[in-house]
Design a binder for this molecule. Structure first.
Ligand code: HEC
Ligand code: HEC
Length: 396
């Protein structure tokens, strides 16, 4: 194990609605900037002067050394794709990639049979989808692997407990969920949510926020401070034993800093921070999510909820869960679309409390394929004075 499971992703609360798992870049080589520090892999930092068609970004094969099948995608999609493989197979980077004592990671090397096999599997998956599913992404690595390097081929037998579970499920499904005064459109559900949190007018009176609290992961705790300023300035700091991790966005540039230094956020990491930096996101859901669609009504944690699907950014879609009773947002899942499949990050919002006439969730549980993080705020203060400078990337 080369990586700490602790704070490999730091959850950040944004606008009381959006938590994005932030790659700490310090313990986990999933950021392009970290990989670029390894002399033996080509740089993944995307240059704006690049040659490819996709928004001026380099393609994976242009930015990396040894890409044989994942061709044509923007270079910044490569690491999310690797994470999708990791999540689907339950294999970490080191299962397929070599790491040398002195030289560090050599991601381009094909020494490990697992890596060569994975290449064949990518081609197989593409062929299955093209030949049998009209090119739709119906079969992914996860379809067969389910978090297991060796997929099961023999159906399992029933056990007493699995039969019990099945029975409970059937009973649950046969219970048609009834919702009094059921709402029928995304607009109605969003409007109910906006008035439930306190309304547009009250929210518009807030122009800055300071969040103070803790984040707990695997039994270890760190303190969190977040500053936000309208319209889209964002700053977070997480302090733990080993040091401090900062992540910020000044409306143009996203950056991070930790004990490895300071670096600019690009590609996927930039998309994450931008996605949530919108101060008025809770009252601007319809502006920020396109193609909003009312999905179904389901029960989570004993609460009946409406689920809305929407598209957030080029590579992010979202599922939003609103309580049919209180109207509040109780869960959100953001999906990061990679060429091989989608990686979900789920956030559950609880403990809504009033701050300047607006309800904010003081407890947020962020679940990824790797771990669960609990963020608890003990104080959220509105309209605090914030120096705009703090959002700018410091000179190196
Ligand atoms: C199951 C095997 C597997 C796992 C696990 C895996 N990778 Fe990969 N990785 C590959 C394959 C296969 C390629 C080459 C893809 C191609 O040829 O198009 C690759 C390519 C790469 C490259 C490009 C190297 C170059 O210069 O050509 C990087 C960087 C990389 N992986 C990083 C990671 C990281 C970081 C992780 C962990 C999050 C990871 N990989 C997990 C199989 C894997
Ligand atoms: C249609 C089912 C299916 C799909 C889809 C699939 N796999 Fe597999 N995979 C298997 C089976 C079955 C095995 C085990 C048999 C074998 O090793 O030949 C396997 C084995 C592997 C192994 C070797 C594991 C080990 O411990 O040696 C790797 C690596 C792998 N798959 C990667 C992937 C990746 C990456 C994807 C997605 C791009 C993928 N697979 C999609 C069925 C699938």
């Amino acid at each position: 194990m080369f990586r700490s499971k602790f704070f490999s992703g730091i959850p950040i609360l944004i606008s009381g609605i959006l938590i994005t798992t932030i790659a700490a870049g310090t313990v986990y080589p999933k950021t392009a900037s970290m990989i670029s520090k390894n002399k033996h892999t080509s740089t993944a930092v995307v240059s704006s002067k690049s040659t490819s068609k996709d928004g001026g970004e380099k393609t994976a094969e242009e930015a990396y050394k040894n890409i044989k099948v994942l061709k044509g995608m923007p270079a910044s999609r490569l690491i999310p794709t690797m994470r999708f493989i990791e999540a689907s197979l339950g294999m970490d980077c080191g299962s397929c990639h070599v790491r040398k004592q002195q030289k560090g990671w050599e991601f381009d090397k094909d020494d490990k049979p697992e890596k060569r096999k994975a290449r064949k599997m990518i081609e197989m998956m593409e062929a299955i989808n093209n030949n049998s599913f009209k090119g739709e992404q119906e079969v992914t690595c996860y379809t067969c692997h389910h978090g297991n390097p060796n997929p099961q081929k023999i159906p399992s037998v029933q056990t007493v407990s699995s039969l019990k579970e099945k029975k409970a499920e059937e009973e649950y499904e046969s219970n048609i969920i009834s919702v009094p005064n059921r709402l029928n459109t995304p607009e109605e559900i969003i409007n109910k949510y906006i008035s439930a949190i306190g309304g547009k007018e009250a929210f518009n009176k807030i122009t800055s926020l300071k969040y103070e609290g803790t984040t707990e992961n695997n039994g270890r705790t760190a303190s969190v401070t977040i500053y936000q300023k309208a319209p889209d300035l964002y700053y977070s700091s997480v302090k733990f034993d080993k040091g401090e991790m900062t992540k910020a966005y000044n409306g143009k540039t996203g950056w991070a800093s930790g004990w490895r230094g300071t670096w600019e956020l690009k590609g996927d990491d930039l998309e994450d921070i931008k996605l949530g930096a919108d101060f008025y996101l809770p009252i601007d859901i319809q502006k920020n999510y396109s193609a909003l669609k009312l999905n179904d009504v389901q029960v989570i944690n004993g609460d009946t909820v409406y689920t809305l699907d929407g598209k957030a950014t080029q590579y992010r879609t979202a599922k939003l869960y609103f309580s049919t009773k209180t109207g509040l947002l109780v869960r959100q899942v953001i999906y990061n679309q990679t060429p091989l499949g989608k990686i979900p990050v789920q956030t559950d919002f609880t403990d809504y409390k009033n701050v300047n006439g607006i309800l904010f969730p003081f407890e947020n549980q962020v679940s990824t394929y790797e771990n669960v993080e609990n963020v608890k705020f003990n104080k959220i203060t509105a309209n605090v004075p914030v120096a705009e400078k703090m959002f700018d990337m410091p000179a190196k």
